[in-house]
Design a protein around this ligand. Structure first.
Ligand SMILES: *Cc1c(COP(=O)(O)O)cnc(C)c1O
Length: 408
């Protein structure tokens, strides 16, 4: 049994997007190109984490990132073998999952540092981690201007091994914002400071040796060849900072690795543009379940927000806000039917919506495209986001769990 409203996920387009990004980085890099940390948090932005992650692995990704330990466990359950980085804070998490599922934590607070150290000691493991520096987002991370005070304890933790250092940009998608450049400077300042703090192994000893230069000889970053990370006997941490927008915007923040999410799914974060060949990988489609005539003066849907001025034909489509379609699409958005745009009218209901198909020869069973192409036209997620004043991320990640994902 399958409902008429389905999301088709094109895994070959996903792989080709991944490869396009890798090729872009290789082409545009002056030195060694950065590795790619493929971001599959939030059920791979609504596309289905297990399938997406496995396809990315297939395409060569050897480091994936998710939001929390539970998402990491779901990826392992789906058969993902690649390294998995957990972005989120760990202070109120059950840390056993880090060990049971071989996850790489981000340590972003002193409290998490202590909790993860004692869990690792309990398991008698040396756990590799990424250190997060807060350079201005004021969300997670050790403050860039305070690392001298806050980091020595973490760096000296007997059961923790620093694999990588990263930060996250608050305004990478805003070309006007000076904060981006400020964050970059602060990050480099913090990296220099951390280098001065000395190598983790030597912190306790009288001759504090400096960490090997951070940018010059990084620990093997993602996708760097056959040597698995973590099996390097020594080496300095590798550095990453760029989400999709930062990757597009400034080569200087590519460092040793980049962390694209949205680009993998074939979308460029608005308002940016890109020449990287990318294809949106999700098509959301449905079928008309009823067609009816509405007389002039009559309304449609809850609150009768749409009133027919002329004899009007309405098609009912079985997808609503419970499927993640925003209420604000009514009166703003459209769907594609028979290659034409049919405006969404009335109200988006829990399980259905109405489209004005006046003048179109339609009947129940006809295909409807909510996101994607039909004929010569296409409704893309960026356009839909702009119509209702949100961002593509929200639309994708809210596509409901009731909607079946079909992989092709
Ligand atoms: C979500 C996320 C990303 C990816 O962001 P995109 O804008 O989708 O590329 C990268 N880094 C961190 C820390 C994130 O949380």
């Amino acid at each position: 049994m399958i409902r008429p409203t389905v999301a088709r996920i094109d895994l070959s387009a996903l792989k080709s997007n991944y490869r396009s990004i890798v090729e872009h980085l290789a082409r545009e890099s002056r030195q060694r190109p950065p590795g790619v940390i493929a971001v599959v948090k939030a059920n791979a932005y609504g596309h289905g984490a297990g399938q997406v992650a496995r396809a990315l692995e297939d395409a060569g990704a050897d480091l994936l990132a998710c939001a929390d330990i539970e998402e990491g466990a779901a990826l392992r359950a789906a058969g993902v073998g690649a390294e998995i980085l957990v972005f989120g804070a760990l202070s109120v998490s059950d840390l056993d999952g880090l060990f049971d599922c071989r996850l790489t934590p981000t340590i972003s607070t002193p409290g998490a540092a202590r909790a993860v150290q004692s869990a690792a000691a309990k398991y008698k493991k040396r756990l590799h981690y990424h250190l997060k520096i807060d350079t201005g987002m004021n969300r997670l991370g050790f403050r860039f201007d305070n690392v001298k005070r806050t980091l020595p304890e973490l760096l000296a933790s007997a059961n923790l091994e620093l694999d990588a250092i990263y930060t996250h940009f608050a305004t990478a998608d805003d070309p006007e914002s000076p904060l981006f450049e400020e964050q970059r400077t602060r990050f480099e300042q913090a990296l220099a400071e951390i280098e001065r703090l000395g190598s983790p192994e030597r912190l306790g000893s009288p001759e504090r040796l400096a960490l090997p230069a951070i940018e010059r000889s990084p620990r093997v970053a993602p996708n760097r060849g056959p040597v698995a990370r973590g099996f390097q006997p020594s080496g300095s941490p590798y550095i990453h900072a760029a989400n999709s927008a930062a990757l597009l915007r400034d080569r200087r923040v590519w460092y040793d690795g980049v962390r694209p999410g949205l680009l993998l799914y074939g979308l460029v974060p608005p308002p940016l543009a890109s020449t990287i060949p990318l294809t949106p990988i999700m098509t959301l489609g449905s079928r008309i379940v009823a067609v009816k005539g509405v007389r002039p003066g009559e309304g449609v849907g809850y609150g009768v927000k749409f009133r027919a001025e002329q004899p009007t034909r309405i098609a009912i489509i079985p997808a609503g806000y419970a499927d993640g379609l925003d209420l604000r699409l009514a009166g703003r958005g459209a769907v594609l039917i028979r290659g034409r745009r049919a405006p969404i009218v009335g109200s988006v209901c829990m399980d259905m919506l109405a489209a004005d198909v006046t003048g179109l020869d339609v009947s129940p069973g006809d295909e409807v495209v909510i996101i994607g192409a039909q004929g010569a036209d296409r409704i893309d997620v960026r356009e839909m986001a702009a119509q209702i004043g949100t961002i593509p991320y929200e639309i994708l990640s809210r596509i409901g769990s009731r909607i079946e994902r079909l992989y092709e």
